[in-house]
Write a protein that binds this ligand. Sequence first.
Ligand code: PMV
Length: 353
Amino acid sequence: MILDTPTKGTVTWQSPSNIALVKYWGKYGVQLPRNASVSFTLSRAYTKTSIRYTSLSQTSENVSIDFLFEGKKNEKFEKKISRFLNSIVEYFPFLTALHLSIESENSFPHSTGIASSASSMSAFALCLCQIEKDIFHRLENEEEFYQKASFIARLGSGSACRSVYPYLALWGRLDKISTSSNEYAIPCYEEIHPVFKTFRDSILIVSAEEKSVSSRAGHALMDGNPYAEIRYKQANQNVLKLLQAMKEGNLTSWGEIVEKEALTLHALMMASEPPYILMHANTIVMINKIQRFRQETNIPVYFTLDAGPNIHLLYPEKVNDKVMQFIRKELVSLCENKKIIHDQVGLGLEKRK
Ligand code: PMV
């Protein structure tokens, strides 16, 4: 495709990471989930991406790009982005008519144990939709814009599709939720109790080392996991239970589901063929401390884990001071280099000028 008139412009989006409360673990096709999942959208851990586009006089066979990550050339990321762009030309045919100069930066340092694929893929997908909107005046309807951004982010990195909505997003088809889809996430914060919009997520870094088994390999191992089918059913039920608890503002049943989900995710890893363990000794020490602290004080503080050893400590803003004291007294010494990243649930993405 060639554009009728020479075109150039710049788009910039900032998009956050997310933390799953009900986990997506197991997929088919191009990042289609075997079960529904729900996540909190975070605020402070984000990726900011800018794309400067200029039209080419001739269509290029492969999408033409140059890429800077945090101001420097990064060949590994550039190759990954190039491969991804070439795989989505059917959704953005104009890509072969442009040269893209892409710049991306994270608000969090590299190798801190925070996965950057959700924030980077969602920021990238939003930029591409913005280019389509600016050049062709399509995707003018907000719902359509975010739905396509979520769809494209999913093709890049599954759970990234949940990062394009504020507070809480649901991804995966559930018969009881007619707007839900396996192809993209939908926003689901409108009916939740306001306490959940104040939630903090203190990420306790047990280890920032690269995981011994990647998420991609972990998803693939679900195909041979004898518990897979029952797990997928359980996750779908947990989504409905969790959303009900969030409507009611019932922190106790919410927390029970969240912690069970985290432990189930890791139990699935231990029951894979071959089995593997991503938790570290200090992950378990901290889980015990968190549960004991909650029993003794009645303070609503809960944990979740993603596919790694680090703990996400989740609690409402109103207990922030007490939780900070608890972290200082009992948890910080168990973190690698005393590293903790304090994030919070938030509005998420931002279009930048
Ligand atoms: O999106 P992926 O392929 O990185 O998988 C994410 C898997 C978990 O973080 C463990 C769960 C989730 O739903 O985010």
